[in-house]
Design a protein around this ligand. Structure first.
Ligand SMILES: [Zn+2]
Length: 167
């Protein structure tokens, strides 16, 4: 039976991220979520979504233990998609098999109130831009430089700076 969840468990998100960074000895940016996915046995497939699915960025297929990624989207978006769906794979295996699971759409990023989506977004943010790495660079680098260094979008960097340092 699926547990009903009303609020995000960010402590669990953080501990899973920390565990993965440790397990794969990730010490410097950029963090490549492809390596982590492969390391935990989650497959990646880059496919073309057509017609009604054209707006899909990606999804996690629990049965095949595989993340499907829109091959036509920009690399930074693909990185976010993989990290987000990896969050579902690591944190929400049971929920991802349920009818409540939703694919990630192109215009989705940090918004959305659904608990699992909030957790997957937090997972992606902390996986790709860990505080301990950001600490080393944020004062000396511009947002654009940080975006290049961490290989994530400028909005993601802004979001992380605001979250960690309130700037
Ligand atoms: Zn999601």
């Amino acid at each position: 039976m699926l547990m009903s969840v009303t609020r995000p468990n960010y402590a669990r998100v953080m501990s899973e991220v920390k565990r993965l960074h440790g397990e794969f000895a990730i010490a410097n940016p950029p963090v490549d979520p492809r390596v982590i996915a492969e390391g935990v046995g989650v497959g990646l497939r880059f496919v073309r979504f057509e017609g009604a699915n054209e707006r899909v960025s990606g999804f996690f297929d629990c049965e095949d233990n595989m993340i499907f990624v829109n091959k036509d989207e920009a690399p930074l978006r693909q990185t976010f998609t993989i990290a987000h769906e990896l969050g579902h794979a690591v944190l929400h295996r049971e929920w991802a098999q349920s009818s409540e699971y939703r694919v990630l759409l192109r215009d989705q990023d940090y918004a959305g109130d659904e608990v699992h989506e909030k957790e997957a977004n937090a997972f992606a943010a902390h996986l790709l831009v860990p505080r301990r790495m950001l600490d080393r660079f944020w004062k000396a680098a511009s947002v654009e430089e940080l975006s290049r260094l961490f290989a994530v979008s400028v909005p993601m960097i802004r979001n992380r700076l605001k979250f960690e340092y309130g700037v």
